[in-house]
Unconditional design. Sequence first.
Length: 72
Amino acid sequence: MQGQGMEVQLKRWFWIKNFGRVLSHVRKGAFPIMQVLRMVDFDDKPTMGFIYKAMDQAKEKRQKEFNGDKKR
């Protein structure tokens, strides 16, 4: 019982300590994709070539942010 309490405290400490770094990774990975989704969601539909170009740019930006690390 005592060990479980310590485990919960360690998990809480880990998340508090690393929350900013985790949030930064989420932002770096999700923001470029969210920009493309906003373009697609507008009532005025952009041409497919424009969407493909934006998707490629988002993919390149994510690769640049994570230094080509495909695990993220």
